[in-house]
Design a protein. Structure first.
Length: 147
């Protein structure tokens, strides 16, 4: 079932890469905000404060080195606290600070505006299809041992 897509640019890998770079550059230019990666961790902790480093990494599709570095940067920024897990002395859990809660509230508003901008000019049905397509990557290209 092809319509006018036959004539459109279907270099999907290229288009995804360009879209990601442009979106990341746009986010980076926003003043007073947090990075996209930091936003992700704020959202995770906003849903469930006190998650383990491993749980946070899994939620963000990051390995231990990635989540550890992200958490350390956010501790330095005063957005999260890293505390020893009371049940496992080798593990750490992450908690939002008051500044992290404020950053989460700002980030939620920023993301809502950005999502509205991304969806501009497209119907809800079209956006649902794009979201379904992007979500399908998680099963088509599983991470780690699942490959």
């Amino acid at each position: 079932m092809r319509t006018n897509l036959e004539n459109s640019d279907r270099r999907l890998i290229y288009l995804l890469n360009v879209a990601q770079r442009r979106l990341q550059r746009f986010i980076a230019t926003q003043k007073g905000g947090v990075t996209a990666a930091q936003s992700g961790l704020l959202f995770v902790l906003g849903r469930r404060d006190g998650v383990s480093m491993g749980e946070a990494g899994a939620a963000l599709d990051l390995g231990m080195p990635g989540i550890s570095g992200l958490a350390d940067r956010m501790v330095e920024a005063g957005l999260v606290e890293k505390r020893a897990d009371p049940e496992d002395g080798r593990a750490f859990r992450l908690w939002l600070t008051p500044a992290g809660r404020k950053a989460l509230a700002r980030t939620k508003a920023d993301v809502a505006m950005l999502n509205a901008r991304l969806a501009e000019g497209f119907s809800d049905v079209e956006i649902d299809i794009v979201a379904r397509w992007l979500t399908s990557f998680q099963t088509k290209f599983p991470k780690g041992d699942e490959q």
